[in-house]
Design a protein around this ligand. Structure first.
Ligand SMILES: [Zn+2]
Length: 213
């Protein structure tokens, strides 16, 4: 986990705007490899192990993968598509990648070298070399998105996310930030509009919308 990422994550138990403090036991440069995130208000601790942040409640036995949205089968070129529609060759900032895209988060990171990819959930596929610019977070099961609003330059989802999920990802965007939904479902464009986003482009491969300035 990038050390500075603690500035954009919210305590899963208290919710935004409650931030957490990173306690570093081991690090490589600005990357925390072992330690924890602690909430000064509710005293929750969330471990960082082998660079991955685990935001499930401790001892809950929750299996976050079980409640994650079903993965969408996507071709490798989808990472290129995400990079293109989110304009990740330009600019910099944080890119939020939903759990259904976590297996291709490294591929997204490779086309977004100046961005930090924040991948929610899942491990990386064994055949992919780990990217330098990626932070992996195992999100709390069924909970709200554990990020502060307005901090992300871009976000990506896939399939037919619920209107509530689209609203949460839209809220994470900074003004003019873009949300892409790869292989969008029948409700995706409507959900983006309901979330207050302006549609930029949309076809059967991807729908893209931006947050107003
Ligand atoms: Zn808390």
């Amino acid at each position: 986990m990038l050390l500075e990422l603690s500035e954009v994550l919210a305590c899963p138990r208290c919710g935004p705007p409650q931030v957490m403090v990173a306690v570093v036991h081991e690090s490589v440069g600005h990357r925390v490899t072992r330690g924890f995130l602690g909430c000064p208000t509710c005293d929750s601790r969330f471990p960082i192990e082998e660079r991955v942040v685990h935001l499930q409640p401790q001892g809950s036995g929750e299996q976050p993968e079980a409640s994650s949205p079903s993965r969408v089968s996507l071709a490798a070129e989808s990472a290129m598509l995400i990079g293109a529609v989110l304009d990740l060759a330009q600019g910099s900032g944080y890119v939020l990648v939903g759990p259904e895209l976590s297996e291709m988060a490294d591929a997204v990171a490779s086309v977004a070298e100046r961005w930090e990819v924040v991948s929610l959930g899942g491990g990386r596929p064994a055949h992919m070399a780990p990217s330098a610019n990626i932070s992996r977070i195992i999100p709390p099961a069924g909970g709200s998105l554990p990020v502060l609003p307005g901090r992300f330059g871009s976000a990506a989802l896939a399939g037919d996310p619920t209107p509530d999920r689209v609203r949460q990802y839209a809220a994470a965007l900074r003004p003019l930030g873009r949300l892409a939904i790869v292989a969008p479902g029948p409700g995706s464009v409507g959900a983006m509009r309901e979330a207050g986003l302006d549609l930029v482009a949309g076809d059967e491969r991807v729908a893209v919308a931006s947050r107003r300035a």
